[in-house]
Design a binder for this molecule. Sequence first.
Ligand SMILES: *[C@@H]1O[C@H](CO)[C@@H](O)[C@H](O)[C@H]1NC(C)=O
Ligand SMILES: *[C@@H]1O[C@H](CO)[C@@H](O)[C@H](O)[C@H]1NC(C)=O
Ligand SMILES: *[C@@H]1O[C@H](CO)[C@@H](O)[C@H](O)[C@H]1NC(C)=O
Ligand SMILES: *[C@@H]1O[C@H](CO)[C@@H](O)[C@H](O)[C@H]1NC(C)=O
Ligand SMILES: *[C@@H]1O[C@H](CO)[C@@H](O)[C@H](O)[C@H]1NC(C)=O
Ligand SMILES: *[C@@H]1O[C@H](CO)[C@@H](O)[C@H](O)[C@H]1NC(C)=O
Ligand SMILES: *[C@@H]1O[C@H](CO)[C@@H](O)[C@H](O)[C@H]1NC(C)=O
Ligand SMILES: *[C@@H]1O[C@H](CO)[C@@H](O)[C@H](O)[C@H]1NC(C)=O
Ligand SMILES: *[C@@H]1O[C@H](CO)[C@@H](O)[C@H](O)[C@H]1NC(C)=O
Ligand SMILES: *[C@@H]1O[C@H](CO)[C@@H](O)[C@H](O)[C@H]1NC(C)=O
Ligand SMILES: *[C@@H]1O[C@H](CO)[C@@H](O)[C@H](O)[C@H]1NC(C)=O
Ligand SMILES: *[C@@H]1O[C@H](CO)[C@@H](O)[C@H](O)[C@H]1NC(C)=O
Length: 670
Amino acid sequence: MRTSLALLATATLSPFATALKVLSSTGDSAFAFALANATYYSPATAVASGCFGNTGSCTTPDLLPLTVLATNATTITAEALAAVVSMYASIDDVWSEAFLENGALFLANSANATLDSSAASWMNSYGIKYLLVTERLDVSGYNSSSTTVIHVPSSWDLQPGPYTFSFDPAGNAAICQAYALHRDNYEAFLFGVTAVPNTTAYAPVGLFIPSYQDAWIPVPSRLYSLGDSRPLAGIRVALKDIYDLEGVQTGGGSRSYAEVYPVANATAVSMQKMLDLGVVIVGKTKTSQFAHGADPYQFIDIHYPWNPRGDGYLTAASSSSGSAAAIAGYDWIDMSIGSDTRGSVRKPAALVGSYGIRPTWQSMNLTGVIPLATEMDTAGFFVRDPELFLTVAGLWYEGSAVPVNTSFTSLPSTVLYPVDYFPLNNSAAQAVFDTFLDTLEEEFGMTRRTINISATLSAAQSLSPGITNATSFQLSSNRLAEYVSYHEVGIPLIEAWNATFPGAGYPPLDPNPRAAFARSMNLTEEDYEDAMSIKNEFRDYFLANILRPDPETCSESIMILDMGTGGLPSYREQALNARAGATSLTVTQVPGGGPSVPSNYLASTAGCPEVGIPIGQVAYDSFISLQEEYIPINVDMVAAPGCDGMLLEIVRRLTELGVAKEVKTGRTAF
Ligand SMILES: *[C@@H]1O[C@H](CO)[C@@H](O)[C@H](O)[C@H]1NC(C)=O
Ligand SMILES: *[C@@H]1O[C@H](CO)[C@@H](O)[C@H](O)[C@H]1NC(C)=O
Ligand SMILES: *[C@@H]1O[C@H](CO)[C@@H](O)[C@H](O)[C@H]1NC(C)=O
Ligand SMILES: *[C@@H]1O[C@H](CO)[C@@H](O)[C@H](O)[C@H]1NC(C)=O
Ligand SMILES: *[C@@H]1O[C@H](CO)[C@@H](O)[C@H](O)[C@H]1NC(C)=O
Ligand SMILES: *[C@@H]1O[C@H](CO)[C@@H](O)[C@H](O)[C@H]1NC(C)=O
Ligand SMILES: *[C@@H]1O[C@H](CO)[C@@H](O)[C@H](O)[C@H]1NC(C)=O
Ligand SMILES: *[C@@H]1O[C@H](CO)[C@@H](O)[C@H](O)[C@H]1NC(C)=O
Ligand SMILES: *[C@@H]1O[C@H](CO)[C@@H](O)[C@H](O)[C@H]1NC(C)=O
Ligand SMILES: *[C@@H]1O[C@H](CO)[C@@H](O)[C@H](O)[C@H]1NC(C)=O
Ligand SMILES: *[C@@H]1O[C@H](CO)[C@@H](O)[C@H](O)[C@H]1NC(C)=O
Ligand SMILES: *[C@@H]1O[C@H](CO)[C@@H](O)[C@H](O)[C@H]1NC(C)=O
């Protein structure tokens, strides 16, 4: 059954598509459409347009699917066309043959080729209505009464793939990209975005499913990056909403913030670097407010994303939870971007079972990112594929202000095993870690050395009580974030809110930033300096006594950690976490009130790199689905600052050993 592209207003659409509402803020010519079984989006700005008033046959406006098909064959036969089409179908999940049926075809990149007569019957079999060619293609052998041949300028240098083609009665043609629309059923995103052709800007896509508030996310064809030799060409990325993206509103998880600030006029430096490497951004993901720690039930302004794993009602931890939910939920994206101040990449990665990294502090320029604690903020990312993990980490942090690839001639021979966090409460999860430790011992020749971090700190006579007292240490660590966040984000927002809405009072805030800003009002710069000196004292002690740099191995040892779950499920509903068999994952307090520094604080305080990798899963009895479900288990590895490359080398070897594997999307990681 042949299907033709149709406009929403006139088409008989699939049940899904009828839920669409066109709301694009980029212009009134953007639209969603259904084709065969799928839903697509055509943005407002054309990639090519022109006037072809000589086409005669164009008596009614036409709106068709269009395929740009590139071949270098000098004689274009049916066989050559079929081969290209089959290659497209095999590498792309957006374009389908439905784009050819009763549609338009643009034969591109033909080097002074001739169209063979066999091509005509191939095109007729699809009912091609318009054939677009440049002057270089000889179409004299083409004979079809049902096709209009249009000669377009050779400057129409379009990438292969799916497009929409509109042709008005005056002969004006426009070609727009066609994106696959995917429903964001885990509510990981705020909205989708598309790159605006011929600019450095992106445009938001205002398409939502009314019954669920879910966004439709536009996904570009992989064919658009065919022939793009940049190392990350076409990698699809979800971006945390604390990063500026030119042309798009930054919200930072706050309605007030989005309300008073203009749309970003520049892309964050770190993201521009990603874009220059070839990635495409598909949407903005949810964050806790200004990246402050928050549990799911403390999200007030926006609805907390759904963790795809297990029963679907577990937490994905805090501020990068949207990015984590997206990578664990959707095989139509390859990577998502988060940020890590005190665990916001490592914890969500552990809770969704994805690869995640906190690089050495200061390894990324964070201009254009909402700051939290400048002394600890880093840019990290999530992926499912260990190969991509290594590629992106190698490229993104390269050339940073601090060395992230300090040389090493061999790998560390010691793995530190902190009894502050091990053994885990769930013995099945502990067994997963034990197996991993066996691998480090057997395959890497490492020796396990038990360490008690809190006892070590307490025994150190020289350390100030601000470090040996874990509660006090936590409070001063909090101050680093509270002071910076209040001064860099809070005060400007409070002022902008007052200026925009005179008489409206204080801007509404989520509980944690509200409390943090209230505390910060009484903090002096001296308090901040004190907190910083505690942090630096901890760092210096930690790097001199626990995780020492080493000239041969970069880091004398690596330390393994879990991210605070103990291998138990933690629910998005607070009350369930008090039950036996579950755990709370509170980000603002020491677990159980002490006695140790939370595991995620170590790297943050000492400026260390840390990688999290999924190594297994364990069963639990769900309070939600009332059946057995699985949660993923991540192991985290920490090394001395600058040893990112060494940690990645360990991950590379684990990949070779088959220990580090690609994880799946959906209910289980494996
Ligand atoms: C429509 O869906 C069916 C079943 O999911 C699939 O086999 C078929 O290839 C799809 N058609 C198109 C044009 O995508
Ligand atoms: C985009 O840029 C290309 C190359 O510079 C140009 O040929 C094309 O006309 C431009 N398209 C639009 C819509 O401006
Ligand atoms: C056509 O040739 C160019 C230049 O040799 C090459 O870059 C491109 O990949 C080729 N395209 C196809 C579809 O083979
Ligand atoms: C195509 O033909 C033009 C004009 O004859 C010539 O200048 C050009 O080099 C040819 N291109 C190729 C790729 O053969
Ligand atoms: C084109 O095809 C039609 C019908 O198949 C045929 O009658 C006609 O002679 C053909 N014209 C040319 C120029 O080959
Ligand atoms: C971009 O926005 C910033 C902050 O609002 C402003 O200071 C700057 O002048 C703007 N830059 C341009 C090029 O418009
Ligand atoms: C980050 O990039 C901005 C813009 O290019 C630049 O002004 C700033 O100095 C850079 N910051 C660092 C720490 O390199
Ligand atoms: C470190 O250096 C190695 C060898 O040059 C390279 O393959 C790797 O990608 C680098 N890693 C980082 C994080 O820069
Ligand atoms: C640790 O610090 C907290 C907060 O400053 C304080 O309330 C508590 O008494 C201290 N504990 C000890 C044992 O000194
Ligand atoms: C709000 O703005 C008004 C007018 O500029 C000013 O008088 C008032 O002090 C401001 N309030 C706050 C809380 O900043
Ligand atoms: C800040 O100081 C004021 C005045 O001294 C006091 O009323 C208020 O309770 C303090 N706020 C906090 C959060 O400690
Ligand atoms: C693990 O078990 C111990 C002892 O039962 C308990 O004190 C602690 O709070 C538990 N930890 C978690 C994360 O549930």
